[in-house]
Design a protein around this ligand. Structure first.
Ligand code: IMP
Ligand code: MG
Length: 191
């Protein structure tokens, strides 16, 4: 099989897959990621920033973001589970994988794919604040403020979106669609 076939994501909005509709195109994402990175570089001029990606959804956003930040950086990952296989949160957050190293006295930016109810991020803020970082901020590619249950705000937000279930650019539905290059709305037939 050629590399071209291996790296090509399924094309949304073809006849084969009508349930995906592009919401944010790849070019718009790239442009916005660069802007967010510039904002971070300005806010932390001359300092090191430590990015913590929330697995797995944030892995693609983090890898693009960190390469655009013109500062000394380091990265780590944390994994939590709040969602089952479907679209609705179970409401309970569990730590699945902890950080590899201490964050004491570091400029930490928690990198999320999407802020939805806010339950995940508020749990993570509670856990990480106890470890005494110098600064703790939130970067999220997407924000769905209409669904918020906890009063949390992103410091660096890529796009504010309406109350739609989205996939692509790291976001999944039952582990599928993370490889889409655009962020797409996924609509499923009623069960
Ligand atoms: P929260 O705890 O409700 O804020 O949810 C945060 C997590 O839920 C995100 O990190 C995602 O993994 C997942 N999530 C929330 N909304 C969506 C969506 O529209 N598509 C895919 N995953 C989502
Ligand atoms: Mg997910």
């Amino acid at each position: 099989m050629s590399a071209r076939i291996l790296t090509r994501a399924p094309r949304p909005s073809t006849n084969r897959d009508k349930k995906l509709k592009v919401l944010i195109r790849r070019a718009a994402i790239q442009k916005r990621v660069r802007e967010v990175a510039r904002q971070i570089a300005n806010d932390f001029k001359g300092e090191r920033v430590h990015l913590i990606g929330v697995l797995k959804g944030a892995c693609i956003f983090l890898s693009d973001l960190v390469r655009e930040i013109d500062l000394e950086t380091s990265i780590d990952f944390i994994a939590v589970s709040s969602y089952g296989k479907g679209k609705e949160s179970s409401g309970q957050v569990r730590l699945l994988k902890d950080l590899d190293s201490s964050i004491a006295d570091l400029n930490v930016i928690l990198v999320e794919d999407i802020l939805d109810t806010g339950l995940t991020i508020s749990y993570l803020l509670r856990v990480l604040e106890q470890r005494k970082p110098k600064v703790l901020r939130i970067a999220a590619l997407l924000d769905k403020p209409s669904r918020r249950l906890k009063d949390v705000k992103g410091d660096y937000v890529g796009f504010t979106i309406p109350n739609e279930f989205v996939v692509g650019y790291g976001l999944d539905y039952g582990e599928r669609f993370r490889n889409l290059k655009d962020v797409c709305v996924l609509s499923l037939p009623p069960e």
